[in-house]
Design a protein around this ligand. Structure first.
Ligand SMILES: [Zn+2]
Length: 246
């Protein structure tokens, strides 16, 4: 084999590794806007929950009501279709719904038609709950590569990731005290906190909500939905794009 081809072949694993890194990046995608957090000096933060809605929704809503904060729920179309009343209740109580695809597949190496249907079907179901604000998107497992960001950008949708994810550490997940400690230590102005509370393995995360909120409020943080948080984005000059927002 010619030297040139050997060189190209040797580069394939490197190329695939780079693609894999990009597919899971929280800060970069090939097309459109992606936010792991919001750049702001103000002490605002968003609490976000992935998956569901499930039968646990009412309990979670009761906790949020007691704490008097609004959160953002990235739901799947499939769960929303099965639990429409829970979805409506989330909206009725002033929380935000976001799109987390219909079936929760990893959205890499999927056809354009599949990407489109996953996004659109879920948005329609979200609209049926009565949610009227901008619908933000969060990819399942944080995975996206080419067609998904391309489609989201074409249709003016923002990708929302996170910068605080306590459950991603094996030694922290499943222990409410450790979850709380991690969140309090890693949250900064504009942070987007991710918790999974919709299934049985989320019980410790549900338990952690109260302490997380108490701890951050004590540190003078205000809780916002992600749509609200986006209003705090700083422009190049360092001013908030919407200085009147508090
Ligand atoms: Zn998910």
């Amino acid at each position: 084999m010619k030297k040139k081809y050997v060189f190209i072949l040797a580069l394939i694993p490197v190329f695939l590794f780079v693609l894999w890194k990009i597919s899971r990046s929280r800060t970069f995608q090939f097309f459109g806007e992606i936010y792991p957090r919001i750049e702001t000096g103000q002490k605002v933060v968003a609490l976000t929950f992935d998956d569901g809605p499930t039968r646990k929704t009412a309990r979670i809503l009761a906790i949020l009501h007691r704490l008097n904060i609004k959160a953002t729920f990235f739901v799947t179309g499939q769960s929303l279709a099965e639990n429409e009343a829970e979805g409506k209740q989330i909206v009725l109580e002033g929380h935000q719904l976001g799109n987390h695809t219909y079936m929760h597949n990893r959205m890499v190496f999927k056809s354009f038609a599949f990407v489109k249907s996953e996004v659109e079907k879920t948005d329609s179901l979200i609209r049926r709950t009565g949610f009227r604000e901008e619908i933000l998107f969060r990819p399942p497992n944080g995975k996206k590569l080419i067609l998904l960001p391309y489609y989201l950008n074409q249709t003016n949708r923002k990708t929302i990731m996170w910068d605080v994810e306590p459950e991603s550490y094996a030694e922290i997940a499943g222990n409410s005290e450790k979850i709380t400690k991690h969140v309090l230590a890693n949250t900064k102005p504009g942070s987007i906190i991710l918790l999974h509370v919709m299934y049985d393995d989320g019980e410790e995360s549900i338990k952690a909500i109260t302490e997380i909120v108490a701890g951050l409020k004590q540190r003078n943080y205000a809780f916002k939905t992600v749509n609200e948080l986006l209003q705090y984005r700083q422009s190049v000059t360092g001013n908030s794009t919407h200085p009147n927002v508090r």
